[in-house]
Design a protein around this ligand. Structure first.
Ligand SMILES: Cc1cc2nc3c(=O)[nH]c(=O)nc-3n(C[C@H](O)[C@H](O)[C@H](O)COP(=O)(O)OP(=O)(O)OC[C@H]3O[C@@H](n4cnc5c(N)ncnc54)[C@H](O)[C@@H]3O)c2cc1C
Ligand code: FES
Ligand code: FES
Length: 498
């Protein structure tokens, strides 16, 4: 395997080579402090406000696919092999504005202007995406962009207007007109080499294969693995931690793949939330909705399912859903792999069943079998871009109206994502047609957990909510077991960002 000691990315049609940078350098600092490109703004510096949004392009099946990311928590090394587009790059060299910029001007989408570069970049990514753009797509796209003064109505109008007028060769859309050229240049950056910038004591590495990753991590078990950096980025910007050795997983060939198997889905540890969203919706619409409400477009475009599990957080959204679905985790150390039920990975607060030098390789998620039904609900203070106070997931196996088996998992109720074993047991033999038979389970679920009070919710609220969510699931499932239509109770997306 060849080794490369400088980072390469495409910007303004030129391949840039960066041979000296610290492993913790963020993309935002690189832009503003090293390159003097100050159009990209810093607001929160923790992935919440979207002021720093830039767009990255990568080759997917021969075409350039664009996604918005928060430059404040994206590490510079993560953009190796990608095209970088910032707010300075949207207008053509003769000053003609990009259609998204023109629409923002024409429809008064900006007042103080601080959020505007980030909002324009998010909308630019939406403009480049395939598929129809309606109000819900726009509000979903903007859930990670905070505007404090204009109000979203004119911004949404500008987005709808620009995207409705999308045509090939639209004046001002010089990014699209160069996409074939860009694809060739991006292909030339795919050298298959392992990236290693720095020394044995301080480096940013991005191995290109599983073998290189396993070897490097085996040699440096003290290195920090970085997938999307939507957690690790904050260790740098908010906790001011020193992370001298970083191994990035984003270039490992095959690690981001998602495979449909006979009984389910195998998700590579580096697959992002966005990569997996459609697969999750196909398993169950509730699962798709939980996925859509994780962070924002920017967070989902970088954050990975592997990172959500590996970080061991008691409030991550995917573990409860995946535990209820009986998912299996595969870990790898050197050449050795081992599998375990996902729930067994979470031992105690801050303690996971992962050895030094071992990494998450993949997650297998079984599809629902006939007679199995699933529900999942995320409870958070804000509808979008918020961490859960309580996250719940339920999988019931039915025999007619009777519950033959139940798997129930919660986040936010204990020191780890955890099953409600008492409620599961009490539900076996209960009937969906007889609400009185649910009573034991509704009582048991309160005994299953001893939640904490914190800034997100009190212990009492959490216990009451857990029981209420179980009841909601049973009522909905009882309804759908006799009626064809499903009661989702989801708030329409169009209300979310307003
Ligand atoms: C604004 C914002 C909103 C958010 N909203 C949500 C939300 O709604 N719901 C939610 O659940 N989370 C949310 N998060 C948290 C975060 O996005 C998730 O935890 C995400 O899944 C982390 O994945 P990552 O790839 O970015 O991990 P990273 O930050 O790269 O890594 C996280 C941890 O996992 C380790 N790690 C990563 N990959 C592996 C691997 N393959 N093997 C072993 N260890 C590994 C890292 O070393 C690190 O300890 C939010 C974060 C931000 C900044
Ligand atoms: S500065 Fe707020 S998301 Fe980056
Ligand atoms: S225009 Fe001022 S914050 Fe959005």
């Amino acid at each position: 395997m060849t080794m490369r000691s400088s980072l390469r990315y495409l910007h303004r049609g030129e391949i840039r080579d960066v041979s000296h940078f610290g492993p913790m350098t963020t993309l935002l600092d690189h832009l503003r402090l090293e390159r003097g490109l100050k159009g990209t703004k810093e607001g929160c510096n923790e992935g919440d406000c979207g002021a720093c949004t830039v767009v990255l392009g990568r080759l997917v099946d021969g075409h350039v696919s664009y996604r918005p990311v928060n430059a404040c928590i994206q590490l510079l090394g993560q953009i190796d092999g990608e095209e970088l587009i910032t707010i300075e790059d949207l207008a053509a060299s003769d000053g003609t504005l990009h259609p998204v910029q023109s629409a923002m001007v024409d429809l008064h989408g900006s007042q103080c202007g601080y959020c505007t570069p980030g909002i324009v970049m998010s909308l630019f990514a939406l403009y480049q995406a395939d598929g129809p753009v309606g109000r819900s797509e726009v509000t979903d796209q903007l859930a990670g962009n905070l505007c404090r003064c204009t109000g979203y109505r004119p911004i949404v109008d500008a987005a709808l207007s620009a995207c409705a007028a999308r045509t090939e060769n639209k004046p001002g859309d010089h990014v699209a007109s160069k996409s074939a050229e860009t694809a060739v240049k991006l292909a030339s950056l795919r050298d298959g080499a392992d990236l290693f910038v720095g020394s044995q004591t301080s480096f940013f590495a991005a191995p290109a294969s599983i073998e290189s990753l396993a070897t490097l991590y085996h040699q440096h078990p003290d290195a920090i693995l970085v997938a999307g950096a939507t957690d690790v980025g904050l260790w740098i910007t908010k906790q001011l931690r020193q992370l001298p050795k970083i191994i990035h997983l984003g270039r490992v060939v095959g690690l981001a793949e998602v495979h449909e198997t006979a009984d389910g889905l195998t998700i590579g540890a580096a697959a992002t939330f966005s990569d997996v969203e459609a697969h999750m919706t196909a398993i169950d619409p509730d699962l798709g909705e939980v996925w859509r409400r994780i962070g924002s477009k920017q967070v989902r475009a970088s954050g990975t399912v592997g990172g959500n599990i590996a970080n061991g957080s008691p409030i991550g959204d995917s573990p409860p859903a995946l535990i209820a679905l009986d998912a299996t985790l595969t870990l790898q150390k050197g050449d050795d792999t081992r599998k375990m039920p996902l729930e067994a990975y979470f031992i105690a607060y801050g303690k996971q069943d992962r050895k030094p030098g071992e990494f998450v390789r993949s997650i297998h998620v079984p599809r629902l079998k006939p007679h199995q039904v699933f529900r999942a609900y995320k409870i958070s203070k804000r509808f979008d871009q918020d961490i859960s106070a309580v996250m719940s997931a339920f999988r019931l196996t039915l025999e007619g109206d009777f519950i033959r088996e139940a798997r129930i998992a919660f986040g936010g109720m204990a020191a780890t994502p955890k099953r409600a074993h008492g409620a599961e047991k009490a539900l076996v033999g209960a009937s969906l047609a007889d609400e009185a038979s649910w009573a034991a389970a509704l009582a048991a679920i309160r005994a299953d957990f001893t939640p904490l009070s914190d800034m997100r919710a009190s212990a009492t609220y959490r216990s009451d909510t857990a029981a209420a969510l179980l009841e909601k699931a049973l009522i909905e499932i009882a309804g759908t077991s006799t009626h064809a239509t499903r009661v989702t109770g989801h708030r329409p997306v169009s209300e979310a960002a307003e």
